[in-house]
Every structure is written in C-alpha cells, then in structure tokens.
Design a protein around this ligand. Structure first.
Ligand code: FES
Ligand code: FES
Length: 165
C-alpha cells in the first residue's frame, strides 16, 4: 500500500498544504478526511449531484471525480474559504432570507456554483440561465424556486452596485 502514497503540495483556501495521500483518494475525501474541511459534501460519488463542488485553479469541479494527487501544485478553494473571505456573503444571506436551504446538504455546492455563474455572467442572468447553470446541483428539499430567487436577487444587487459611481 505504501507505494501508492504520494506527496502532494497545494494551496487550500490560501494556505500551503503538504500531505502524503493515497493515490486513489478523491479530492473531496482528502479535503474532508485529511484537512477536516467538511463543508464539501459527498452525495452520489459519481459526478451527478454536485454536493462535492469545489474550485480548482478558478474552475468549479466535482471533488468526487478528481483525485487529490491531481491537485498537486493547484489552488483549491472550498466553501470554507469562500465563506471566510466574504466572497459569497451576499449569496449566503440571500439563501437564508429566501429559505433557499432546508437540510443544507446541497448548499455549499449550490453556493459555489452560483458564485461561479455570477462571476462569469456579463449581464444579470435570466431565471432560465440560473436554472440551467445550477442544473448539475441537486437539491432534494427546496424545489429550486427559492434557490433561483436567491441567486437572481444577488445578481440584481451586484449589478446595481456595479453601475454606482
Ligand atoms: S458527490 Fe460528487 S457529484 Fe455527487
Ligand atoms: S437543502 Fe436539502 S438537499 Fe438542498
């Protein structure tokens, strides 16, 4: 087994991390088990539900479909980092105010995906565009309408802030 353990070095939420990791360990398991970053959740474990969504080198990825060793040298951001930096504070507030979460299991992945949409969108995305963008993130509780409401309200608020001098 020991010859399957590799040394990796990466930046996680702004901090340098050096670890020995089993070559077969997924990124999400590495984050949760080795770094105690349990905000990224594990649902389907085969790339369908989006509960494990994290950002690697600026792109959102499925943490269950990527191996930790593939992140050697990478910059990884989890919901803990996005939350601590305040980057998604308005989204978190909107989710709370609009009841866009119940059990919360999907929420870290949903917030990470919503933030990805809002940072990439040139204009305020339509409800249809929001729905399409988060379609890879499953929520078993809310029925999605409240999530769309929350993301749309933040998109509009950010657009208003941008046009202010
Ligand atoms: S746990 Fe990764 S997509 Fe479902
Ligand atoms: S709030 Fe429960 S799965 Fe989305």
């Amino acid at each position: 087994m020991s010859d399957h353990v590799l040394d990796i070095s990466l930046i996680v939420n702004g901090e340098r991390v050096r670890e020995h990791v089993d070559a077969r360990k997924t990124l999400v398991d590495f984050l949760r088990e080795d770094l105690s970053l349990t905000g990224s959740h594990v649902g389907c474990e085969h790339g369908v539900c989006g509960a494990c969504t994290v950002r690697v080198n600026g792109e959102i990825v499925r943490g269950c479909l990527m191996l930790a060793v593939q992140c050697d040298g990478a910059k990884v951001e989890t919901i803990e980092g996005l939350s601590d930096s305040g980057e998604v504070a308005d989204l978190q507030m909107a989710f709370e105010q609009r009841n866009a979460l119940q059990c919360g299991y999907c929420t870290p992945g949903m917030l990470t995906t919503a933030q990805d949409l809002l940072t990439r969108a040139k204009n305020v995305p339509s409800r249809e565009e929001i729905r399409e963008y988060i379609s890879g993130n499953y929520c078993r509780c809310t029925g999605y309408h409240a999530i769309i409401d929350a993301v749309e309200s933040v998109a509009q608020a950010r657009a208003k802030r941008k046009v202010k001098p």
